[in-house]
Design a protein around this ligand. Structure first.
Ligand code: HEM
Ligand SMILES: *[C@@H]1O[C@H](CO)[C@@H](O)[C@H](O)[C@H]1NC(C)=O
Length: 490
């Protein structure tokens, strides 16, 4: 009889060997650092992103523009540099249109919705969402008017601070989220509305919790973890609550739905559902209505509000830039009317400032992941089907060959002879068929909110305080919470 300890050691060795044989990378796979079984490269880095950058930079130097890294048990590659990024997102994009889906996400969403769906469902949902956005106009108000109206509310609540130091996060998030709510639910909420606050709180919680250790473990060992208690179970419960919220909105819409006059995304979706009564051949069903709505809320809120938070922070730090924006606003718009997207053409400086905020803010440093759908060859390397693909947007946005002062805030990067200059190495919304669906909307929101606020206020650091550009990593890179003063201009 062998000793129990020997048996244990033998089985552990066997498991590890089996793992390596099963997950051995194929011939001609992109190079990368060594991995641990099951967790891959996950624990080679501090979870602190500033460390991650340092760690990986050495790898890029050592291994080149296409490196392999395993996140948990997910084989991944990181692509650096415009030539390769363009190849993946244009010529070869057919092979890169999928999103990797974690077991956690799959448990909640299946293959439904907009952001993590793939194949026919994604195609239908994306086309429908884009069309609905274009036709909004939904109801009587154009999207532009909705943003302008919200900008007034936002300026009002910021004015209530009377120039005293405050953290703008709460107000900005409420204002931005109201734009998506007005598209999906046909209404905006007051910032002190209990139901609205509950919704924003839930979204924030699921985003935060999904980064927790129990959720990471769930993604590596779903079949074991599903029987264990922990924060992954909390995430499931909170997502159920979010779905219930949308489904209640759906019920109340159904009561006074008039197909002749769609008021919002939900109404337009009802029309589509009525057109496709056979539920087996269409993605226009209640599950997708709920998932697509939640995807719009999650994808459209934090991204845009974090960008605006970076904008106010940069303006408070760079008073000379803010003064130039104000001079341009005063010259082109004045004080008597609200800014609109039609003003963007005649406001190159303001436009350049917003672009520079997005370049420096760099809120999605590794883009949103894609997945290889068929064995492919990139830069001479073999990428097997199922590999996760990340693109290094930081490397583009901070490329010393492309930007005069890559690490300093400088709107001149987007100006030439006083005119706005487009830059190729600027990809905050990514590119290709799966690029950000909300880009137009986000750009309108950023322009109107930013310009409307700078028209009415001068943003300043609190007396005797120095503002910092320290950041925090979540779903996006956001500034650590800060306080500023909004001093009324008139
Ligand atoms: C400054 C604000 C925003 C930034 C920087 C941003 C950035 C991005 C990026 C990088 C992607 C991934 C693209 C790819 O895989 O190639 C994405 C996808 C997406 N974004 Fe945005 N986004 C912003 C605002 C919005 C807004 C306001 C909405 C709401 C309508 C939105 C909805 C989406 C959706 C639905 C997707 C998934 C598209 C798909 O998978 O087909 N985004 N966004
Ligand atoms: C992305 O590029 C930046 C800048 O070159 C670098 O510091 C960082 O380590 C890179 N990250 C990855 C994951 O390759």
């Amino acid at each position: 009889m062998p000793h129990p300890m020997t048996l244990l050691l033998a089985s552990v060795t066997f498991l590890i060997l089996a793992y390596y044989i099963k997950s051995r990378h194929p011939k001609n796979y992109p190079p990368g650092p060594w991995r641990l079984p099951f967790v891959g490269n996950l624990f080679q880095f501090d979870l602190d992103v500033s460390q991650l950058h340092v760690g990986i930079q050495q790898f890029v130097k050592k291994y080149g523009n296409l490196i392999s890294l395993d996140f948990g048990n997910i084989p991944s590659v990181v692509i650096t540099g415009m030539p390769l990024i363009k190849e993946v997102f244009s010529q070869m994009e057919q092979n890169f249109l999928k999103r990797p889906i974690t077991p956690l996400r799959e448990h909640i969403f299946n293959n439904n919705g907009l952001v993590f769906s793939s194949g026919q469902i994604w195609k239908e949902q994306r086309r429908f969402a884009l069309m609905t956005f274009k036709n909004f106009g939904l109801g009587k108000k154009s999207l532009e008017q909705r943003i302008q109206e919200e900008a007034l509310h936002l300026a009002d609540v910021i004015g209530e601070e009377k120039g005293q130091p405050f953290d703008p996060n709460f107000k900005i998030t409420n204002g931005v989220s109201n734009i998506i709510c007005s598209i999906t639910f046909g209404k905006r909420f007051e910032y002190d509305d209990g139901q609205f606050q509950e919704l924003l709180k839930l979204i924030n919680e699921v985003i935060c919790l999904e980064a927790s250790m129990m959720c990471v473990l769930y993604n590596v060992f779903p079949s074991i973890m599903k029987y264990l208690p922990g924060s992954h179970q909390t995430v499931f419960r909170k997502w159920e609550k979010l779905k219930l919220f949308v489904s209640q909105m759906m019920d109340s819409h159904r009561k006074d739905w008039n197909p002749e006059e769609p008021r919002d995304f939900i109404d337009a979706f009802f029309t589509e559902m009525a057109k496709h009564p056979d539920k087996t051949t269409t993605s226009f069903n209640e599950e997708n209505l709920i998932c697509s709505t939640l995807d719009l809320l999650v994808a459209g809120t934090e991204t845009t509000s974090v960008t605006l938070l970076w904008a106010l922070l940069y303006m408070s730090i760079h008073q000379e830039v803010q003064e130039k924006v104000q001079a341009e606003i005063d010259r082109v718009i004045g004080h008597g009317r609200q800014p609109g997207t039609a003003d963007r053409e005649s406001m190159p400086y303001t436009n350049a400032v917003i672009h520079e905020v997005q370049r420096m803010g760099n809120i999605n440093p590794l883009n949103v992941p894609r997945e290889v759908t068929a064995d492919s060859t990139l830069a001479g390397f073999h990428l097997p089907k199922g590999t996760m693909v990340l693109t290094n947007l930081t490397a583009l946005h901070r490329d010393p060959k492309e930007w005069a002062t890559p690490d300093t805030f400088n709107p001149e990067h987007f100006l030439e002879n006083g005119q706005f200059k487009k830059r190729e190495s600027f990809l905050p919304f990514s590119m290709g068929k799966r690029a950000c669906l909300g880009e137009q909307l986000a750009r309108s929101e950023l322009f109107i909110f930013f310009t409307a606020l700078i028209q009415k206020f001068t943003f300043k650091p609190p007396v005797n305080e120095k503002l910092s550009l320290k950041f925090r990593m979540g779903l996006t890179i956001s500034p650590v919470s800060y306080r500023i003063c909004a001093v009324p201009r008139l």
